[in-house]
Design a protein around this ligand. Structure first.
Ligand SMILES: Cc1cc2nc3c(=O)[nH]c(=O)nc-3n(C[C@H](O)[C@H](O)[C@H](O)COP(=O)(O)OP(=O)(O)OC[C@H]3O[C@@H](n4cnc5c(N)ncnc54)[C@H](O)[C@@H]3O)c2cc1C
Length: 465
């Protein structure tokens, strides 16, 4: 069967590309590896998208100019970004509110406890699933054919020119049904490789066995691997990713946002040897939460335990799992598998080092430790008021950044520097062009929507010529 545009993936980037291409007259096939009930990859878990805008609009609480967005991006990436593509992304993000609204997506004011994003980020009414449902409805109305349970298993690429692909249908249920399809253009929107533990191990070693994957199990990087093997230029490093510390009881995949823990600044974090290993109060949590995945990944057994007391239990949005609770530190240690005496000694040393101050969780307060290594710079209060609580922590990988290099047309760049005429990419699979390291809340969806739209438009223009 022959199509104008074949799109691998079924999340935000794929759907934005599909809608843009179909509205420009292309016959589009979307191959989504997941079954219909699990469609939409990591996009299902999202809540918002960061967009530049010159003034508030009643839902967005104030202006967020491109320059400020760029400053924020430069700070988190420490300059590791392709400036041309970053500028393009931020400029085009100004159009996203209207573009997404045209596709049926609706917005709402930011949710409480969401890292203070009401000015900068547009929250989807009903979350990522509602957003996706709107995109799917619009795509299907525009004539896009979507095949679920269908993965792009092999790509036929010659000298940077896409010729066709092998699709595997029902690939999870025994012998897959194979189909060869041809298309005049291909859009890779199949996510990163975060769900491929073996690939993560190449970058992280055996520690990756203990990582939890916050999103879809379907982003295993098969399409990415084939593109790199076919000579597309790699962008980003394999160990760069968005990783946060999440509740250690979260499922291996798809735990989503409700397993994140925001109590670290209010307590102390111990490793499996009952030792502290980092300043829990270094800065406000929204500026620090994304480093804790890596910090926990570097600890023995890739595990941490946050200990707090009754003073702090109501200061943060709780995880979906209740904490362990006990009336003494020793009893709590026993419940979470730490040595009671060692835990007591660590808590005593911390308590003794706390300098009295005016506790204020909304400011860089003067509650800190003195003479302790590592220090706790803010919000340090003795852990002395029962009941005591503990949450276990594991590294939770959100998505990987290594991907394919693209140009401003979302066209893939080959190893020799030439640009493919008909290979396009959008979303996580090319996010590393903009995100060399670090993360800015909501920019994953920005990159996917902006480049999805560009990829769809350019692919449609290519096939109509
Ligand atoms: C818990 C969580 C919360 C998040 N919250 C936010 C947020 O609020 N804002 C934000 O900007 N970002 C957020 N992110 C990041 C965001 O989800 C991603 O940046 C974004 O969804 C990426 O979109 P995408 O279309 O590139 O990938 P995805 O939405 O992951 O879609 C990839 C698709 O490719 C399919 N696929 C994979 N391999 C194949 C194959 N071989 N053939 C066919 N299909 C294939 C998958 O099934 C999937 O449908 C969050 C991520 C997680 C995990």
């Amino acid at each position: 069967m022959s199509w104008d545009v074949l799109i691998a993936g079924g999340g935000n980037a794929a759907l934005c590309a599909a809608i843009a291409a179909a509205k420009d007259g292309a016959r589009v096939l979307v191959a989504e590896a997941a079954p219909r009930a699990w469609r939409g990859g990591n996009t299902r878990h999202t809540r918002n998208c960061r967009i530049a805008h010159d003034e508030g609009n009643g839902i967005l609480t104030g202006p967020y100019p491109v320059d400020e967005f760029m400053d924020d991006l430069m700070r988190v990436t420490k300059g590791r970004t392709d400036e041309e593509l970053a500028t393009l992304t931020l400029e085009k993000s100004k159009e996203l509110w209207d573009f997404l609204e045209d596709q049926g997506v609706r917005f709402q004011p930011s949710l409480g406890g969401t890292l203070s994003l009401g000015r900068t980020n547009a929250f989807f009414l009903g979350g990522g699933r509602s957003m996706l449902n709107a995109l799917y409805r619009t795509a299907e109305d525009a004539g896009v054919e979507v095949r679920y349970d269908t993965r792009v298993a092999a790509l036929d690429i010659e000298d940077g020119f896409f010729k066709g692909a092998t699709l595997e249908r029902d690939w999870q249920n025994g012998g897959p049904e194979r189909e060869e399809v041809t298309a005049r253009a291909f859009v890779a929107a199949a996510g990163g490789f975060e769900a491929n533990i073996d690939w993560l191990k190449e970058a992280w070693g055996d520690a990756a066995e203990n990582f939890l994957i916050r999103g879809t199990p379907y982003n295993t990087g098969g399409v990415l691997r084939q593109l790199l093997d076919a000579g597309v230029q790699q962008v980003g490093e394999p160990d760069q990713c968005h990783a946060v510390a999440i509740d250690g009881r979260a499922p291996k995949f798809d735990g989503g946002i409700v397993t994140r823990l925001d109590c670290v600044p209010f307590g102390i974090v111990l490793n499996a040897e009952a030792q502290r290993f980092y300043d829990e109060g270094e800065d406000f949590w929204p500026k620090r939460y994304a480093i804790w995945g890596r910090l926990v990944a570097a600890q023995p057994e890739q595990v941490g335990h946050v200990l707090i007391d009754a003073k702090s239990i109501n200061l943060f949005m709780p995880s979906v799992f209740p904490p362990e609770r006990a009336d003494t530190i020793e009893e709590l240690a026993g419940k979470i598998g730490l040595d009671p005496a060692a835990t007591r000694a660590t808590v005593d040393a911390f308590n003794a080092a706390c300098v009295p101050g005016m506790f204020d969780h909304a400011a860089h307060d003067d509650c800190r430790t003195e003479g302790l290594d590592p220090p706790k710079s803010h919000w340090a209060r003795p852990i002395d008021t029962p009941p005591f609580y503990a949450y276990s922590l594991r590294p939770g990988i959100t998505f990987t950044y290594m991907g394919v290099r693209v140009n401003a047309d979302a066209r893939m760049v080959m190893e020799d520097g030439s640009v493919s005429p008909n290979l396009f990419a959008a979303g996580e699979i090319m996010a590393g062009n903009v995100l060399g390291q670090g993360y800015l809340a909501g920019i994953g969806m920005t990159i996917g929507s902006v480049f999805g739209r560009i990829a769809g438009e350019r692919a449609a223009a290519y096939v109509s010529n």
